[in-house]
Design a protein around this ligand. Structure first.
Ligand code: AR6
Length: 184
């Protein structure tokens, strides 16, 4: 089913349906919260399947570089613990409605900063969930436009990352994304 979905940017971007924790890529991105210490949704699934190593590394980040939590729009990296992925890149999406003047810019920053860290770590393939569109309430059509533009802008300046997967849990979310994406 997934393989029949469209690709973008010369097949460097693939839209897929499924559980991101099963993806065998260099890095998966976590839609975390600023505590970095877990939660529900995709964050809960990543920590549950990835195991205690990821939590321990997140706790270490809180104790060292980010004692007040990870600011919205920024990203940090840990290993992938028991996941197939080598790394987890944790980013904090905006909570919709909390900072209306900046939320689009902050959502774009999640994608851009995650890709920047990926480049630093020589990541070849990366899978993103649909950041902020679950518990954080970001409207899915707007998130589709913002995320696709941010990914496009990054990939046009980068030759290293070969594959970006956009993994949607629900087929209906993938459909909305495909309708509102602005890759081209
Ligand atoms: N694989 C792929 N996508 C998933 C999975 C999965 N295993 N599980 C959920 N999704 P959310 P947010 C989709 O709420 O809106 C957490 O409690 C889901 O259908 O996970 O950024 C954190 O700790 C939706 O499309 O993230 C934060 O407190 C998308 O992932 C807060 O939620 C994002 O939904 C972050 O909220």
């Amino acid at each position: 089913m997934s393989d029949a979905l469209p690709t973008f940017l010369d097949e460097r971007v693939r839209v897929l349906i499924g559980d991101i924790t099963t993806h065998d890529v260099t890095a998966i991105v976590n839609a975390a919260n600023s505590t970095l210490l877990g939660g529900g949704g995709v964050d809960g699934a990543i920590h549950r399947i990835g195991g205690p190593q990821i939590y321990a590394e997140c706790k270490q980040i809180r104790e060292t570089t980010h004692p007040n939590g990870l600011p919205t729009g920024e990203a940090v990296i840990t290993t992938g613990g028991n996941l197939a992925a080598q790394y987890v890149i944790h980013t904090v999406g905006p909570i919709y409605g909390r900072n209306p003047a900046r939320e689009a810019e902050l959502l774009a920053a999640c994608y851009d900063n995650s890709l920047r860290i990926a480049r630093q770590y020589a990541v070849l393939s990366i899978a993103f969930p649909s950041i902020s569109t679950g518990a954080f309430g970001y409207p899915k059509p707007a998130a589709a436009a913002i995320s696709s533009r941010a990914i496009r802008d990054f990939l046009t300046t980068d030759n290293q990352i070969r594959e970006v997967r956009l993994v949607f849990f629900h087929p209906s979310d993938a459909r909305v994304f495909l309708e509102y994406q602005e890759f081209e």
